[in-house]
Design a protein. Structure first.
Length: 246
């Protein structure tokens, strides 16, 4: 990914990892459009940082279509998409009431990602070179038992990304997967379970992108999760994370 001259849309960039990456890509020279649900927050970020902004709710197919049309109308040279949006909720699977959280999580994390790709892929394919970055999680490889549907959606996006990448072999689109470890954001109070400092994470990701890391963008902290099956540590890590009370 060219971090210096790209035009990138990042939905879910009003806080946390999305905002940190948006700021760094912009500082590197790229044009960054950020998306989110709260117009007041988007307006504040536009005033503070100079981002172009688009209102979008990735759990709503109509909102994705409208936002995509708006972004592409204003940025016909768009050549980057980061599917950043996601929600993470605790679920007690013994309680039938968890299903509402499960459905919302699938709608946002999995279907939202698929619909974003559908909305922007024709544009990315039309560019001489372009980059599509899906965002999964270390929990795609070892689930956090307190957030089973979140972990499952991230595993699904990992699989979907692999299939997409293979289908696009020979095209102009580079398909990357960014798999964060626990990071200190407001997603689920990351600091409570020892998350990586946000600035350190975002700086390491930028270094990896600049170095041409592909097809997976993996900071050092996520490697124990990514390779747990290979290393024979999966059950040990699963139980250790479950024992933290989250």
């Amino acid at each position: 990914m060219d971090t210096t001259t790209s035009t990138v849309f990042i939905p879910g960039a009003t806080s946390g990892i999305g905002l940190a990456l948006a700021q760094r890509l912009q500082a590197a020279g790229s044009t960054v459009v950020i998306g989110g649900r709260r117009r007041s927050l988007l307006d504040t970020l536009a005033a503070e940082h100079g981002f172009d902004t688009v209102a979008i709710d990735v759990s709503d197919p109509a909102s994705i279509r409208v936002a995509a049309a708006e972004v592409l109308d204003r940025h016909p040279a768009l050549d980057g998409l980061v599917t950043m949006s996601g929600i993470m909720r605790n679920e007690d699977l013994r309680d039938p009431g968890h299903i509402d959280d499960a459905v919302a999580t699938v709608e946002t994390n999995l279907l939202g990602t698929i619909r974003l790709i559908d909305a922007f892929l024709p544009q990315l394919l039309s560019r001489p070179t372009s980059t599509l970055v899906t965002v999964t999680s270390g929990l795609a490889y070892v689930p956090l038992t307190a957030t089973p549907t979140y972990s499952a959606t991230k595993a699904a996006v990992h699989s979907y990304t692999q299939a997409l990448r293979q289908q696009l072999v020979g095209s102009s689109v580079q398909v990357l997967e960014l798999a964060p470890p626990a990071v200190r954001t407001d997603l689920m109070g990351g600091a409570d379970f020892g998350g990586m400092p946000l600035d350190a994470f975002a700086d390491e990701v930028m270094d990896l992108l600049r170095s041409g890391a592909a097809p997976e963008v993996l900071v050092e902290d996520v490697l124990p999760l990514r390779w747990a099956e290979r290393d024979g540590t999966h059950q040990q890590i699963l139980e250790a994370m479950a024992g933290r009370g989250h």
